[in-house]
Design a protein around this ligand. Structure first.
Ligand code: SAM
Length: 329
């Protein structure tokens, strides 16, 4: 990769996670508070402004962009944005992270617009537990979205993401693995991160990937894999199956040394690290259409990329006050 985006610790940044909205049709209990304050609409980036940011990052050597949110698919005309981003010279991959609720209708248009791969969040296969976690979600709608996605992209371009919650979904891990294996799709288990005040003590529902691995390894005979998707997941395989089982473990297996990403919120804030407060505000430069200023702000943010996240589950209050839905998961 030929990118000038190198931080003070020698890490190259080639990956942008671009949030297109902080709104979501779900209210997952570990992600959001029951009552949320959202960014005023006047401060939300237009899709053209999102494109300008994407274009500037790609001109600086970023070759992978993920659209995220909030729920990116509740943003009107997101397919238009995906198609424009796909045309940027130098872009290798465009991905999407979604809760899946809109995929039954949008999978085919998004695949046509140039989304290359999709992560779908799925925290439970039990309709009641699913509704309890998401507060407003409907499991069948997501499963229909998953079927449409397999038809549009094929199994090998789809990954499920499950946030581990002790006493809520951790007993479902073997079923979730079986579900992924039956469809030939990947699945990653994510340790809960203390982002924003959800009104729950994170430590109470935290379930570590060390425990998750010990729980499912003997059931499926997991073998470690050296494969990487260029992200924080450490993968395992099950002999005879296509699916990979990933573990994203900010607490039990820190991955900051390999971090290659930065995040831009739907309000144009550039966060060089998910787990730190530091931010560079791109909005004034974007609103002025000043690409030169944007480039220098991005370089400034890369230079300030912190060494590691500051997640600490032993604290009663989260040290990062932003919700994941604001930063862009
Ligand atoms: N709405 C989309 C979705 O559900 O995938 C995209 C945004 S969501 C914030 C992205 C991912 O972050 C989801 O997989 C979600 O489960 C995860 N997430 C949200 N809050 C989290 C937290 N506090 N710790 C760990 N993962 C979290």
């Amino acid at each position: 990769m030929n990118s000038p985006l190198q931080d003070g610790y020698g890490r190259k940044v080639n990956y942008l996670r671009l949030s297109v909205t902080d709104r979501c049709d779900f209210r997952c209990t570990y992600c959001m508070a029951e009552k949320m304050d959202f960014v005023p609409r006047s401060e939300i980036l237009s899709l053209e402004e999102c494109l300008l940011i994407a274009q500037t990052f790609v001109s600086l050597g970023v070759d992978k962009i993920r659209l995220t949110g909030g729920e990116p698919l509740v943003r009107k005309d997101v397919t238009w944005l995906a198609a424009r981003i796909r045309e940027l010279p130098g872009l290798r991959e465009q991905a999407l992270t979604t809760n899946g609720s809109q995929l039954a209708g949008l999978a085919a248009p998004l695949a046509g617009a140039g989304i290359d791969r999709v992560n779908i969040s799925l925290d439970s296969l039990d309709p009641e537990v699913f509704q309890c976690i998401t507060r407003t979600g409907n499991l069948q709608q997501v499963l229909d979205g998953l079927d449409a996605s397999i038809a549009a992209w094929g199994s090998r371009r789809i990954k499920l993401n499950t946030v581990l919650l002790r006493g809520i979904n951790h007993h479902e891990l073997p079923d979730l693995v079986k579900f992924a294996l039956a469809r030939g799709i990947d699945i990653s288990f994510i340790e809960q991160m203390p982002l924003g005040d959800t009104g729950h003590r994170r430590a109470d529902s935290y379930y570590g990937n060390d425990e998750a691995l010990a729980q499912i390894k003997p059931v499926f005979g997991l073998v470690p894999s050296i494969e990487s998707s260029g992200g924080p997941a450490r993968y395992w395989r099950i002999p005879g199956h296509e699916s990979r089982i990933g573990f994203i473990s900010p607490h039990t297996q820190n991955f900051c040394a390999d971090c290659n990403r930065m995040r831009v919120t739907a309000r144009g804030e550039l966060f060089p690290c998910l787990g730190n407060a530091g931010m560079v505000d791109l909005l004034p430069a974007v609103r002025a259409g000043n690409e030169a200023k944007l480039r220098s702000l991005i370089l400034q943010a890369v230079a300030a990329k912190p060494h590691a996240h500051e997640f600490d589950l032993s604290q009663p209050e989260p040290c990062i006050v932003r919700f994941m839905s604001h930063t862009g998961g």
